[in-house]
Design a protein around this ligand. Structure first.
Ligand code: GLN
Length: 484
């Protein structure tokens, strides 16, 4: 018996294209797996059983007519529920969007469909992508497939858990401050935050527009490269997407590492870092050293300002982006109101959860007249300094290697009562969003509780291909186990 849910995306695409397996079989196998695993893991908000089977059959029909199939022929893909898929409910895991059906496809979803992918469902997230554990979803908590008592990370926790539990070989996440990389790290996956501007965000429900990026989550580097090749590229409908965006990525390991310079930023190996995480990251970097890379300590002196800077800029942008959810145009609308302002107040009051309200209040405060200079403007200046740190360090080294998160997956409830403790779980991922660099998380080991540990690699903007190549080299050296 073929174990289709253990196939990689690249294998599925190849086998479907060559006619060895049918896209329909692949879809059925994954839907069955979802039925068996998702009641425990709870990765999906919506499972698209019917439409997945219809699109799989269309792929098979196309092949039987002798037409050439796309790069993702028959590959099931799980999509974070803040990305629009036409006709499908898109909730951002918020009560305020319950019942909102997407009127069109996001550009990247359009591209996936063109490449003959099969959209299998919409995955859970922290409400409006605000959070690091999935505990902020208004609906339910997604569990970590490696240990159901542990969080999957966030905000793309559903996308991570779906792939780790083999309910899909690939998923899409969005990353504003770490939301692809941190859950990838917690669930033992590859998660890439592409360079800002590489992937169109048209049809992504915006959280913080100067930081948001969409990217792939997968069980291996080759699959991440395959998905990135399908979604990258300039889009006239997203003015921040780059006309120079590259569109082919291979994820082939580097042949030789001699001459490659890797920096370990001192500020990322400081107090608060879990000892097992530190050890695993060092082990992986030492492998690269043995293979000929030059490894040295470097400094990004403004790192300690990153979290504070992010928690001014991201909420400010969120406060503005989320103003459109007013109870009139989308989703939830409060009943029994006397006038328009009460409609706004009640709809927003009842529709948004506590973390989203906290961010809206923080952002509104930071942008208000009299405080704007002290907070928002200052944060923008700090952001420039943080970006310059990277520009400077990339004159000395080609890549940075750091832990993705300060610890492996934590338990439910461990940080949810303390927002600052939760915010600090993104301390190593946030700087790349502020600077717009390419960065990814790759599994580099397991801790004593058998939970995955992630290594973060950071590259200069638009070096995504080289970043994937280096990640593939590490993947080969580390030989990380998969869940059964
Ligand atoms: N955890 C961070 C936050 O809560 C990052 C979220 C994200 O990247 N979407 O804002």
């Amino acid at each position: 018996m073929k174990n289709l849910t253990s196939f990689s995306a690249s294998q599925i695409a190849q086998e479907v294209s060559s006619g060895n397996i049918k896209a329909e079989e692949v879809a059925l196998a994954h839907l069955e797996r979802i039925k068996a695993e998702d009641p425990k893991v709870k990765a999906f908000i919506t499972v698209l059983e019917e439409s997945a089977l219809i699109s799989a059959r269309e792929v098979d029909l196309k092949r039987s007519q002798g037409k050439k199939l796309g790069k993702l022929a028959g590959v099931p893909i799980a999509v974070k529920d803040n990305i629009l898929v036409e006709g499908v409910e898109t909730t951002c895991a918020s009560k305020i969007l319950k019942g909102f059906k997407a009127p069109y496809d996001a550009t990247i979803v359009e591209k996936l469909k063109k490449e003959d992918a099969v959209i299998i469902g919409k995955t859970n997230l922290d409400e409006f992508a605000m959070g690091s554990s999935n505990e902020n979803s208004a609906f339910f908590k997604t569990k970590n497939p490696w240990n159901l008592d542990a969080v999957p990370g966030g905000s793309s926790g559903g996308s991570a858990a779906a792939v780790a539990a083999k309910m899909a070989p690939l998923s899409l996440g969005s990353d504003t401050g770490g939301s692809i990389r941190q859950p990838a790290s917690f669930c033992g996956l590859v998660g890439l935050k592409p360079t800002y501007g590489l992937v169109s965000r048209y049809g992504l429900i915006a959280f913080a527009s100067s930081l948001d990026q969409i990217g792939p989550m997968s069980r291996n580097v080759e699959d991440a490269a395959l998905l990135l090749s399908s979604i990258a590229g300039h889009d006239l409908r997203d003015s921040t997407s780059s006309p120079e965006a590259q569109t082919h990525f291979s994820g082939t390991p580097l042949e030789k590492l001699r001459g490659l310079r890797i920096g370990m930023p001192r500020e990322y190996f400081a107090e608060g870092l879990d000892a097992e995480v530190q050890k695993s990251v060092w082990n992986a970097v030492n492998c690269l050293k043995t293979m000929g890379a030059e490894v040295k300590e470097v400094s990004l002196p403004h790192t300690s300002y990153a979290v504070a800077t992010y928690y001014i800029i991201a909420p400010s942008e969120a406060a503005s982006n989320l103003a459109r959810f007013d109870g009139v145009r989308y989703g939830y609308r409060a009943q029994d109101v006397k006038n328009l302002s009460e409609l706004y107040e009640k709809s927003r009051g009842e529709g948004f959860g506590p973390e989203v309200k906290r961010r809206i209040m923080l952002g509104t405060y930071a942008l208000s007249s009299g405080y704007y200079d002290a907070y928002y403007n200052r944060a923008q200046k700090a952001r420039t300094l943080i970006s310059r740190d990277f520009e400077n360090v990339f004159k000395e080294v080609d890549f940075l290697a750091t832990p993705t998160a300060p610890s492996a997956a934590f338990k439910f409830g461990e940080k949810s009562a303390d927002p600052v403790a939760m915010y600090l779980s993104d301390i190593f991922t946030i700087p790349s969003n502020l600077a717009g660099n390419a960065s990814l998380s790759i599994p580099c080991g397991l801790n004593k509780d058998h939970l995955p540990i992630g290594l973060q690699l950071i590259a200069p903007a638009f070096e995504d291909e080289k970043l994937l190549a280096l990640a593939a080299t590490i993947e080969k050296a580390v030989n990380f186990p998969q869940l059964n």
